[in-house]
Ligand binder design. Structure first.
Ligand code: AMP
Length: 119
């Protein structure tokens, strides 16, 4: 993807980010506009638009994203009280950056899964 993608540019080091963990295939960095005391984004370095494309295209890489998310959760002290791991996907999911990212949220009670019950 490259220059048009914000998170590809973070991977390339062209845009600064507060990186908390890096592996051969993944990068984890703090969200610029945190919604919880801990808010880290975990991405594959390779560009996939969303979690469905990633899971279908490279399941092993999807597993790497989960493993890095769990490692960051441990580093941030979230394993005891728990956390939320979330992939906003597409228009209904409210996705704004189309390079797949897991939101790792924690450090306080996060409340209901959705602000409103849409069922
Ligand atoms: P989403 O709505 O799921 O696509 O989430 C995109 C997330 O990226 C939001 O939580 C933003 O605050 C975050 N974000 C946007 N730009 C940056 C950046 N340069 N560094 C870190 N996080 C960012």
């Amino acid at each position: 993807m490259g220059s048009d993608c914000l998170f590809c540019r973070i991977v390339a080091g062209e845009i600064p980010a507060t990186v908390v963990r890096e592996t051969e295939t993944t990068l984890a960095f703090r969200d610029i506009d945190p919604k919880a005391p801990v808010h880290v984004l975990v991405i594959p370095k390779e560009h996939y638009a969303d979690v469905a494309t990633l899971a279908q295209g490279d399941p092993a890489l999807a597993a790497d994203v989960l493993a890095t998310s769990a490692a960051v959760a441990e580093d941030e002290g979230l394993l005891g009280d728990g956390f939320r791991l979330m992939f906003n996907t597409g228009v209904y999911g409210g996705q704004e950056v189309f390079h797949v990212h897991a939101h790792l949220l924690g450090g306080a009670p996060l409340g209901p899964m959705l602000a409103r019950n849409l069922a």
